[in-house]
Design a protein around this ligand. Structure first.
Ligand code: NAD
Length: 248
């Protein structure tokens, strides 16, 4: 079903670990030439070696998505068929005490960064004449709220609305723009938290009563990135064990 992905090229941001590296591995397994982008060269080297071990090729780019000059310079003249706009930070903390710097860091990474990278990659998609598929990684916190995540929730709501706006403007260029909204997915950075009492309480509020695993995002990601989703643009897909429909 996803055979058309073979031979395509993809840029994955925030690809040195977590879900970004997972998505990069997934695409590489489907024959995609993956370019990994993240801030640290050492982490990229390790991630690239993992992709190579799968038999794939993975170029790496050191890229800070918050830095417009770095994004424009690094991505100029490059052509990708697929963009997985994944880089993001959480920046939790009660709104009353949230510093301007913390607010800016979250919004700059999660919202401005998604815009800057989408804009630069779309330019190449237009130049190639082939169009492409952009998948923005948002969150169910772009739809609903929780305590202590005001900046994050606002940034992800912005990503969802930005996704729709870009889909509208870029459809004529053959560029599809969609958002994937994961619920709570178990990764290295949150595993310890979800084993605590507070974490277990959160899990009890998910209708399926468990965390998601990274590979449970694969179907939605491949659908949005491939020709299987050729008539899908401006959409959001929630993969959350029913969390968004939990009882009020
Ligand atoms: P993570 O912290 O493991 O990965 C985030 C990646 O983004 C890291 O590789 C980090 O280095 C990179 N990054 C951060 N700032 C960057 C910058 N300025 N420039 C370039 N790269 C930068 O987190 P994750 O759980 O893998 O999250 C990946 C994405 O999925 C994020 O957008 C996150 O908001 C979203 N998400 C995750 C979950 C979850 O449960 N894990 C749920 C919903 C949404």
């Amino acid at each position: 079903m996803f055979e058309d992905l073979s031979g395509k090229s993809a840029l994955v941001t925030g690809a040195s670990g977590g879900l970004g590296l997972h998505f990069a591995r997934l695409l590489a397994r489907h024959g995609v030439d993956v370019t990994l982008a993240a801030r640290r060269q050492s982490a990229l080297d390790q991630a690239g070696a993992e992709i190579a071990a799968l038999g794939g090729t993975a170029e790496h780019l050191v890229l800070d998505v918050t830095d417009a000059a770095s994004v424009a310079e690094t991505l100029a003249g490059r052509h990708f068929d697929i963009l997985i706009n994944n880089a993001g930070i959480s920046g939790a903390g009660p709104a009353a005490g949230l510093s301007e710097a913390d607010w800016d860091a979250v919004l700059d990474t999660n919202l401005k960064g998604v815009f800057l990278v989408a804009q630069a990659v779309a330019r190449g998609m237009r130049e190639s004449g082939r169009g492409g598929a952009i998948v923005n990684i948002a969150s169910i916190l772009g739809h609903r709220v929780a305590g202590g995540v005001s900046a994050y929730a606002a940034s992800k709501a912005g990503v969802i609305q930005l996704t729709k706006a870009l889909a509208l403007e870029w459809a004529r260029d053959g560029i599809r723009v969609n958002a994937l909204c994961p619920g709570y997915i178990e990764t290295d950075i949150n595993r310890d938290f979800f084993a605590t009492e507070a974490g277990l309480n959160l899990i009890r509020r998910i209708p399926q009563r468990r965390l998601g695993q990274p590979d449970e995002l694969d179907g939605a990601l491949l659908l949005l990135a491939s020709a299987a989703g050729s008539y899908i643009t401006g959409a959001t897909i929630e993969v959350d064990g029913g969390h968004l429909v939990s009882s009020l």
